[in-house]
Design a protein around this ligand. Structure first.
Ligand code: DQA
Length: 142
């Protein structure tokens, strides 16, 4: 099982700053991830929350899974609790972003999660999620 977790405001994709995030909705991205999961031979769970504490619990839920694809939204830049949660589980976590956070405002250049994550993929739109899923499956066999 691959857990795909989405943080705050990502439920607004489609209408939210389309010039930055594109026009796909989170439901569109979920469909793409489900299709890609079938190709890879892995089931997925796909969840979104605006609440930091709920995301902490969902990271814990993924302890025994193949891994986590995690777009923590703005909590990426602020959350020691999510950093600690990523460190607290056995499964690998890949941080993803739709946008290239390094080409944006300075406050997005630092990630609290990156040092705890297996790796980071950003700037490829919805494809960031699919690349991360492929990378996770590669880790299992590599
Ligand atoms: C984001 C980038 C974050 O800086 C921002 O707060 C988001 C979305 C992305 O996917 O590009 O909410 O994680």
């Amino acid at each position: 099982m691959i857990h795909i977790l989405n943080g705050p405001n990502l439920n607004r994709l489609g209408g939210r700053e389309p010039g930055v995030y594109g026009t796909l909705t989170l439901a569109d991205i979920e469909r793409m991830c489900r299709d890609h999961g079938q190709t890879l031979g892995h089931e997925i769970t796909f969840r979104q929350s605006n609440s930091e504490g709920e995301l902490v619990g969902w990271v814990h839920d993924a302890n025994d899974s193949h891994g986590v694809v995690f777009n923590a939204g703005a909590y990426t830049h602020t959350s020691i609790a999510l950093h600690d949660a990523v460190r607290a589980i056995a499964a690998p976590v890949i941080e993803v972003h739709l946008s290239n956070i390094h080409a944006r405002e300075a406050f997005r250049h630092h990630s609290m999660l990156a040092a705890a994550a297996q790796g980071v993929i950003c700037g490829f739109g919805a494809n960031s999620y699919l690349l991360a899923m492929t990378a996770l499956v590669g880790l299992q066999s590599g």
